[in-house]
Design a protein around this ligand. Sequence first.
Ligand code: NDP
Length: 497
Amino acid sequence: MTATRVPGVPEIEDGVLISTNPATGEEAGRVPAADADAVAATVARARQAAAWWQGLGFTGRKARLLRWRTLLTQRIEELARITGQETGKPEADAIVEAVGAIEHIDWAAHHAKAVLGPRRTRTRLLTAEHVGHIEYLPYGVVGVIGPWNYPILTPIGPISSALAAGNVVVFKPSEYTPIVGQWLADTFAEVVGEQPVLQVVHGMGDVGGALCRSGVGKVSFTGSTATAKKVMAACAENLVPVVIEAGGKDALIVDADADIPAAAEAAVWGSMTNAGQTCIGIERAYVVAPVYDQFVAAVVEKAGKLRTGHEIGPITMPRQIDIIRDHIDDALAKGGRAVLGGAGAVQPPYVAPTVLVDVPADSAEIRDETFGPTLTITKVADTDEAVRQANDTPYGLGGAVFGKADAVRIARRLRAGMVAVNSSLTFVGMGNLPFGGVGDSGFGRIHGEDGLREFARAKSITVRRGPSMLPAMTFERTPAQVARIVKAVKLLYGRKR
Ligand code: NDP
């Protein structure tokens, strides 16, 4: 069996999921594969654990989450090594990814109580005899379905918020990265051994589908737009709410007053880090005419120094290579030019850095998610045109703007959930910023205050503190009292401003 195994393609043999390195074919590890019954049993165990975890309160959970944060930090090199073995990504990239995850655990642990804990609302005049109280309660069991490209950071965003909010989690890692997923759950169990608060179920897409149908209170999905629709359909059967973090086609805009070397550096990093397999990766650059040549030259110079097998790791999911090749071929066939890389850049399991110019707007390189180390650079007359072209996509995840005077104004006009000004991708590493997209990139938010609220439902309580001056909600109100209500409402809201 081993002789026929394709490097990087996971296989299930005798109920065991075997994960291999996409560059070397070396086995990264094996884990038991689940079926629908195993998923149901795992969720049943999680339900038992949920009451205990919720009972710890914000303070008890914070202490335990911070212990997990500390453990991950102490073992960051080990985590990076395992991630490198399974995905092929350079260990430096895995370290950066792990640092982001640690930041999110820390932020969620520290802020859950302030964001979600009970608080009183301000009095409203028409109901002044009542006090309002709000608190955010956990869903119970949250299902987290994750992708392979950032197997530490993408699940830990929702997992840390969900746990801090008082939920327990059943996590289905991508079949391409089960070993990293298992390591995360195992380390959590080292610091929270009493109950199965974070569990993992392994397998192919059907296991994710089973998780959606298992009676969990909410599902957090990160992956492709196509799979997101299947996840939503499965969740719709039981009206299970979902948060969807899907793909992107992010653009970087360069204005005339930009620092061009810095813009080129950010464009190269944003498009080539993790071999371009980044949901918020920069895939398109729109550059105003006066600085276009200088920008292209700087990008080619910087990207030309990156070597496959060193800074550029392999394509983790082998079938993605065909998509990247198709996009490059289609761009060249339609009149685009490769100023770096090009058709010969695809050498499985690697794709060398590829920079394309003059690529028509209707080509796949401009329209669809490529998910490889490629960047298109398009010359535009002004930033209005840049914004129009950047926004001309069904996706709307992230983006970047380089410039001085107008950069923030341009950032605000991008149809995207997040934008970095004078850097790229930065927002994903800031624990206090919500993360998520619009359109085909999904909806709902992870990270930050919105991320915490995503994993809790608001509960409102009113408490009477005296008799009603304007008794509207009773059959015992008199005509005189109704007249007083009319007078009061006209006084409050009926006057022209
Ligand atoms: P997929 O959509 O193929 O898979 C994502 C997860 O869903 C995997 O765990 C997968 O399992 C599972 N799955 C597959 N089919 C089903 C199903 N029918 N029901 C439930 N779950 C299912 O995405 P990739 O793993 O290929 O990840 C790459 C994509 O993720 C890119 O489009 C990228 O842009 C996006 N992404 C978005 C991010 C964001 O935050 N917005 C962040 C990172 C990536 P299995 O692998 O076993 O098939």
